[in-house]
Design a protein around this ligand. Structure first.
Ligand SMILES: *[C@@H]1O[C@H](CO)[C@@H](O)[C@H](O)[C@H]1NC(C)=O
Ligand SMILES: *[C@@H]1O[C@H](CO)[C@@H](O)[C@H](O)[C@H]1NC(C)=O
Ligand SMILES: *[C@@H]1O[C@H](CO)[C@@H](O)[C@H](O)[C@H]1NC(C)=O
Ligand SMILES: *[C@@H]1O[C@H](CO)[C@@H](O)[C@H](O)[C@H]1NC(C)=O
Length: 509
């Protein structure tokens, strides 16, 4: 992989324009130089955003200056770039623009070099794949720091990244390859070991089969029959029957308990073929020689994955990735997926996307901090992969957990799905959720505030207090809060007369 600055023919404002920005008297005048589009309380219309992204407008809560650019990264690729600059400024942050600007960060976000989730533009265009793999984020950091200096007349003192999933992977990759880009990184459910992860996602369709296959399980059965049995077998392991499994690594789920025997499978029992489906989904995915390709899904994922990875349809983003970036065969049939395809993906490693560093010494060495978190019933990326990555990194650096604590802390969030939602106390200040407005912006409750204090005050987060709102609606009030422990500790219920919905009823052990 060739690493170079991602700037390809970028024209920043001319010297004269720069001078007029710097000498403009007010925030408003400075912003006018950049052609503003929003002020507090407005909704910004995102008419260019691809419909598959599901976002066509965004509410904003602070006065801000919105800058939108198209930045070429080669003669056949470009990124769509946005920077939102608040009037009250404290530094440069990244991703989830409304959230960042509301808390006083100059904030940037991009489309990662392509629009939507289909992947067809990857086809025979390594530059667009490279944008997706690494160049888009790095380019936007370089441009963001330049624009910030231009707009405020002072360089950013610190720079932060917050994102989840594919974005979580970008955060880890940035720490590995561009250790100077960020001072603090919040990487949620990071899609690390990306090629194997996408292979495992492609595999679920071959396990479940289509909706008419013997092996297929209907969403209802996953959500009621199977989920109820998961809770019956595993919810009490942590000492409290509260609908949340604190540590799914301890749950060795036995779906055989649901076997109907000679009866036909229905609402309340499973056929032999369906029991096998459940066992495969929750078992580690292995190469033919028996070594690990990716850990299995964690029990608890069935509620949400019944409508996603286990729904009897080939998973769209994996199909696009294999067709256009890995195999370069637009007519590839996802039903034919095997470990042979997984092997090709790993060997080709399009755009250098794998993201599986065994050391982050350069980032650690300059004082960088990473806070990572993962929902313990994630329906998209098994949370066991974040444990595996922690152990891989610690092993590679020769570190015990206390030594990892200097720069890398991992929080398991029980009862949280992929980056958010679920029955657990999942609101922790992650990007992408309006519920963050219901919690204080402090290091105890909010991951972004936690990483900022860690970087700027040297106060590292020991635990996080997550919040569950009634109906996941801030206005309906807080249902309960829960302490999420720093890995490898786990939360244990104190038992006796304690109420499991009280923060003080649990301890990190
Ligand atoms: C695009 O750039 C590449 C080298 O980066 C060059 O080989 C190619 O000819 C260029 N194509 C066009 C259409 O300019
Ligand atoms: C994405 O959309 C933007 C704005 O509509 C466009 O300029 C850009 O070319 C598109 N990118 C790709 C890879 O199609
Ligand atoms: C098993 O196969 C995988 C994929 O080819 C390879 O990466 C791995 O090193 C092999 N493991 C052993 C123990 O040979
Ligand atoms: C929760 O939401 C559902 C619909 O989504 C509604 O019927 C119910 O009244 C709400 N409950 C509360 C306590 O707000």
């Amino acid at each position: 992989m060739r690493l170079e600055t991602g700037l390809w023919g970028l024209a920043l404002p001319s010297l004269a324009a720069t001078r007029s920005i710097l000498t403009a008297a007010s925030f408003e005048e400075k912003c006018l130089q950049f052609r503003p589009e929003a002020s507090a309380g407005a909704r910004v219309t995102l008419s260019d955003n691809d419909p598959s992204c599901g976002t066509n407008s965004q509410a904003v809560t602070a006065d801000l200056c919105r800058v939108a650019l198209s930045i070429p990264t080669s003669n056949r690729s470009s990124i769509t770039y946005e920077m939102w600059l608040p009037e009250e400024w404290s530094g440069v942050a990244y991703e989830d623009l409304a959230y960042g600007t509301a808390n006083g960060f100059a904030t940037v976000g991009t489309n990662n070099g392509h629009n939507g989730t289909n992947g067809d533009t990857f086809y025979q265009n390594d530059d667009i794949v490279a944008d997706f793999g690494w160049r888009s984020l790095h380019t936007s950091v370089v441009v963001g720091k330049k624009l910030t200096a231009l707009f405020y007349g002072a360089a950013a003192s610190k720079s932060y990244f917050i994102c989840c999933s594919l974005g979580g992977r970008q955060g880890i990759h940035s720490a590995e390859v561009f250790p100077d880009d960020f001072d603090g990184i919040v990487a949620g459910a990071p899609a690390v070991d990306f090629n194997n992860l996408y292979s495992s996602r492609a595999r679920y369709f071959t396990i479940t089969g289509a909706a008419d296959a013997q092996s297929f399980i209907a969403a209802d059965t996953w959500q009621t029959t199977i989920h109820d049995e998961v809770l019956k077998q595993c919810d009490g392991i942590d000492g409290a029957m509260d609908g949340v499994i604190e540590d799914p690594t301890l749950c060795k789920f036995q779906p055989e308990a649901l076997l109907c025997g000679a009866k036909k499978g229905g609402e309340d029992c499973l056929t032999g073929a369906q029991v096998q489906t459940v066992n495969k989904v929750f078992s580690d995915y292995l190469w033919p020689n028996g070594s690990l390709l990716l850990p299995g899904m964690q029990p608890g994922s069935e509620i949400a994955a019944s409508g996603g990875l286990y729904n009897g349809k080939a998973y769209g983003p994996s199909v696009g990735w294999f067709k256009f970036a890995v195999l370069e065969n637009p007519s590839w049939d996802p039903a034919t997926f095997t470990t042979d395809d997984a092997l090709i993906a790993g060997q080709k490693d399009p755009g250098g996307i794998r993201t599986w560093p065994s050391s982050l010494a350069a980032f650690e060495g300059r004082g960088g901090k990473i806070l990572t978190h993962h929902g313990q019933q994630d329906q998209q990326i098994t949370s066991f992969n974040s444990i595996r990555f922690y152990e891989h990194l610690a092993g590679g650096m020769g570190y015990a957990p206390e030594q990892m604590d200097h720069f890398y802390r991992f929080f398991r969030i029980p009862g949280m799905g992929h980056c958010g939602s679920g029955p657990g106390a999942w609101v922790i200040g992650q990007a992408g959720s309006s519920a963050v407005q219901g919690i204080p912006f402090d290091r105890e409750h909010n991951v972004l505030a936690a990483v900022v204090d860690w970087v700027e005050k040297g106060v590292a987060p020991e635990a996080l207090v997550g919040t569950k709102f009634v109906n996941d609606t801030v206005g309906a009030g807080i249902a309960y809060q829960h302490t999420h422990c720093k890995y490898p500790a786990k939360s244990i219920f104190k038992g006796g007369d304690h109420d499991p919905s009280e923060v003080g009823s649990w301890e990190c052990v």
